[in-house]
Design a protein around this ligand. Structure first.
Ligand code: COI
Length: 364
């Protein structure tokens, strides 16, 4: 597998194994750590454009900057949404994409809420599958994976269109070999409980749009600097919602408590998968609103965790509130979080049957 040099960074495939050919008969493998999440890209992308009322054909092209008019709608009025999901390389050498069709459906919902041209499901599925097929040798071995990032942007060149939709758009898919999202792997995270900020708005919280991440950025950077936390748990008016990049769950030996779906927060596919697996394992699922006060009643006995494609299921060990550090149970990763993460990963890695039909095999 070639190394690819791009803007000073290079892509490295095969699960962090550097394949160095010394001589025709000797092939050595050296294990080196994966690059920081999201900083290394495969050397191809797929792209399609919406113009004159319809989607054109998708193309495979070398990864390259996009030529965009500086008046493009996205630059001025933030008409953009994206998805994030993973393909895994199994022992049989084939790739499986996790919940591809559900992610495509979520992107269609995001596009609809932003009045962007809605990508045809078959078009986007094909773009993802073609890219995974093309870059199959770049998929690292589990626990690493190939992160896929379909992105839709409004390209109408009209700075007067502040209150009008972008009737032109570009859809592209990037692929990036990734390891852990949070530095340090599945270590227990520290969160600031912020009851003054919302991560998003009532109408756009469940839309996967860049503006929501922009809104979370300031409070998150501030909290990192002031309290040394990993993330902020946004709890506007005391309503426990989610962090900037993941959903929030409380877990005991019998029960999972998490917020019920509404438009104020992102409907995570990992959240949905964990709840389904937990139900299979006999946990009671309590999708209910809860307050910061209730959260602090529960954390002496409940585990807390963040769920997301990037985060998988990462334990939370400490909450910071009003300048005080409050441990979640004993501050360590809990057994239920570990059990549920492993149950999910067993399916993703091909070690357990895919009883819910979540995986799409990419034929070679
Ligand atoms: C994901 O989990 O896929 C996300 O989109 C979060 C992102 C901040 C990496």
């Amino acid at each position: 597998m070639p190394l690819r040099e791009k803007g000073g960074k290079y892509g490295l495939a095969n699960g962090g194994r550097l394949m160095a050919k010394l001589a025709p008969r000797f092939l050595i493998q050296i294990r080196i750590p994966m690059a920081q999440f999201g900083t290394v890209f495969c050397d191809h992308m797929t792209i399609a454009r919406f113009e004159n009322g319809s989607w054109g054909e998708a193309a495979m092209q070398p990864l390259a900057p996009l030529p965009l008019h500086p008046a493009s709608h996205v630059f001025h009025y933030a008409s953009t949404c994206f998805e994030g999901f993973k393909a895994y390389r199994w022992q049989d050498g084939k790739a499986r994409i996790f919940r591809l069709h559900d992610h495509v459906a979520r992107m269609q919902r995001s596009a609809k809420s932003l009045y962007l041209p809605i990508p045809d499901a078959d078009l986007l599925v094909g773009m993802v599958e073609d890219l995974v097929r093309k870059q199959i040798d770049d998929i690292p071995q589990p626990p690493s994976s190939l992160y896929l990032r379909p992105t839709l942007i409004g390209t109408l060149p009209n700075i007067g269109a502040a209150a009008a939709p972008s009737t032109e758009a570009t859809l592209f898919v990037l692929a990036s070999p990734v390891g852990d999202y949070f530095a340090g792997g599945a270590r227990p995270l520290k969160l600031l409980v912020a009851d003054t900020f919302a991560r998003s708005t009532e109408q756009l919280g469940s839309t996967k749009t860049g503006g929501n991440y922009a809104a979370a950025l300031g409070p998150t950077l501030d909290a990192k600097e002031k309290y040394g936390v990993d993330q902020v748990l946004f709890c506007p008016g005391g309503d426990v919602q989610e962090t900037g990049a993941a959903n929030f769950l409380l877990i005991s030996d019998e029960e999972i408590i998490t917020k019920p779906l509404n438009t104020s927060f992102l409907h995570g596919m990992t959240r949905a998968s964990i709840l389904t697996l937990a139900r299979d394992l006999g946990y009671r699922i309590s999708e209910r609103d809860f307050t910061v006060a209730e959260l602090f009643e529960w954390v002496p006995t409940y585990e807390a965790a963040l769920s997301g494609t990037a985060a998988t299921l990462t334990p939370v060990g400490t909450l910071v509130y009003n300048g005080e550090e409050i441990p979640v149970r004993d501050g360590n990763a809990g057994p239920n979080t570990d059990k549920l993460r492993k149950a999910l990963q067993a399916i993703q890695y091909g070690d357990a049957p895919d009883t819910h039909g979540w995986l799409t095999e990419v034929s070679l």
